[in-house]
Design a protein. Structure first.
Length: 312
């Protein structure tokens, strides 16, 4: 089919690559403007832009698509480019900008979104992280026909995957990106053959995956150990969880709940040489992988060799 594509991060790059491999004609790519990144804060192109440039695809990077917003010239230029490209359908994956009505109405088949949850659970910006944080047993990908609401459109295809006890946001992201890439190719095949059967989302079980704030990474030892452990995995790699340990702020990347342990929240419990066990509001958490400022991730045993008296 003749496609326009809107996406920004690695999750979206995987799907774009799959669409190109499947033989679809991508006539225009929309992605967010380059952002400063790294220690030098140099402008970096998004993963989607990098792929678009490598494949010589037409590219637009508007700061907004709202004709009545802060950047009307950007929006008008994007509208002209999209109209000239005349796509049959717009595919959207983690684009990061609100799509106004004119965008959804311009392609003949509207816009299909690759969403990283089993809708209507976890509508919104951070479905992968929130599913882990909440302790969900499973999540998945939903291909959705976009409408004016926030992830409220009719569902076209869906596929579930279990959330493992060791899954982080990074590992689950990669698995869902692969599923999403495969599912959007299947959805477009069905669309071309008029085989898609839209199903309206139910009103039950709606939850919202609010954007991750860096401040959420601060560990509160008064929380249950199981809750803290899930947050470690949900916020890996961003924003990471941190706590004051041994008199300095340390990133904590991995932990294990210790059943039957008790103490004042934040108290270090002695549980054998080379182990760092911290009492929580319920139970305790053994810290397994930490990172000192400016350093690399290291095992707790190595951390304690450098800071033998460390405690929270």
């Amino acid at each position: 089919m003749r496609l326009a594509y809107a996406g920004t991060p690695e999750f979206a790059r995987v799907a774009l690559d799959a669409l190109l491999a499947a033989g679809h004609e991508v006539v225009l790519v929309l992605t967010q403007p380059d952002r400063p990144a790294g220690r030098g804060l140099k402008l970096q192109p998004s993963p989607v832009k990098q792929l678009a440039l490598a494949r010589s695809l037409a590219l637009a990077q508007p700061r907004s698509l709202r004709l009545d917003g802060k950047y009307p010239d950007d929006a008008a230029a994007a509208r002209a480019a999209l109209a000239a490209a005349a796509p049959e359908v717009l595919v959207v994956a983690a684009y990061g900008l609100i799509l106004p009505g004119w965008v959804l109405e311009l392609p003949r088949h509207g816009a299909l979104n690759i969403h990283g949850s089993l809708l209507p659970r976890w509508r919104g910006a951070a479905p992968i992280q929130r599913a882990i944080e909440a302790g969900d047993a499973r999540t998945g990908i939903t291909i959705m026909q976009m409408d004016a609401g926030l992830d409220t459109g009719a569902m076209l295809l869906a596929e579930a995957t279990a959330i493992g006890a060791d899954d982080t946001a990074a590992t689950l992201h990669d698995r869902l990106a692969a599923i999403g890439a495969r599912l959007i190719v299947a959805a477009l095949d069905d669309l071309a053959q008029a085989r898609l059967a839209p199903v309206a989302q139910g009103a039950q079980g709606v939850t919202y995956a609010h954007k991750i704030d860096k401040a959420e990474g601060a560990i509160d030892w008064a929380a249950p150990a199981a809750v803290i452990e899930r947050r470690l995995r949900a916020f890996d790699p961003f924003p990471g969880c941190s706590a004051e340990i041994g008199g300095q702020t340390v990133k904590v990347w991995r932990g294990r709940v210790v059943e039957g342990a008790a103490g004042l929240p934040g108290q270090r419990l002695e549980r054998g040489e080379g182990r760092l066990v911290i009492a929580c509001g319920e139970g305790a958490l053994e810290l397994l992988e930490l990172q000192l400022p400016g350093g690399r991730r290291i095992a707790a045993r190595e951390f304690l060799q450098r800071h033998p008296g460390a405690s929270a």
